[in-house]
Design a protein around this ligand. Structure first.
Ligand code: ADP
Ligand code: MG
Ligand code: MG
Length: 200
């Protein structure tokens, strides 16, 4: 069973890894965007970690909803509302249960990822965060471990390099977006990988 401290550890670990890799995320965004993805993620997740410490949400669902709200209000880029929607929608799906099963987490994440696709109008193959998030959810749904999900997300993120961007700022570049990894897919891989740290 996954309890509230598990979610606290997950989001805190995600904050640490986007902070550690902020320069790389911004570097990726400088090639096909506006060079702010690392700072956006760092600022957003710092606010998430601070809010969790201060407000101490009482359930996994409440923790995800709080985190999503922080991202929406603190990140002034496409990624803020998209990641915020992912976490808020997943949190809503969990309701107010104090402990949830891995299957419930998988279903909640699927609902969150679907909401991101709906909000952004993107599909897998469009060179966005969804190219890491969808494979991660598929891996979990297939009975895979968090490590397997992390591997699927990382593989999905790397697979964005040869893609042509069809959504977001990178799409303005057309063919010139080819040959660069999508920054949001890279940050999604970090967030999924943080699940393995929370499970320890
Ligand atoms: P901005 O582009 O506003 O500066 P960020 O740099 O923080 O925002 O985030 C860019 C990332 O957001 C992209 O690399 C991509 O993964 C993701 N993204 C942008 N638009 C969409 C969309 N419509 N659907 C899904 N993901 C998107
Ligand atoms: Mg950007
Ligand atoms: Mg921006």
């Amino acid at each position: 069973m996954l309890d509230t401290p598990f979610f606290h550890r997950w989001l805190t670990a995600a904050a640490a890894s986007v902070t550690r890799d902020a320069a790389r995320l911004t570097e990726l965004d400088s090639a096909i965007g506006d060079a702010d993805h690392g700072t956006n993620m760092q600022r957003g997740f710092a606010a998430v970690a601070e809010a969790l410490d201060k407000e101490r949400p009482g359930s996994p669902g409440a923790a995800l909803i709080l985190a999503g709200r922080q991202l929406i209000s603190k990140v002034g880029g496409a990624s803020g509302p998209l990641y915020g929607t992912l976490l808020r929608r997943a949190g809503k799906a969990l309701g107010d249960a104090e402990e949830i099963t891995p299957q419930q987490l998988t279903d909640a994440l699927r609902a969150g990822v679907d909401a991101v696709a709906q909000l952004g109008g993107a599909a897998p193959g469009d060179k966005t965060m969804l190219d890491a998030l969808f494979p991660a959810v598929e891996a979990l749904a297939g009975g895979g471990s968090f490590a397997a999900a992390a591997e699927a997300a990382e593989k999905g993120a790397l697979a964005t390099t040869p893609m042509l961007a069809r959504k977001g700022r990178a799409s303005y570049l057309g063919e010139r977006s080819i040959g660069h990894q999508d920054p949001g897919a890279a940050s999604s891989a970090l967030i999924v990988a943080a699940l393995t740290e929370a499970a320890r």
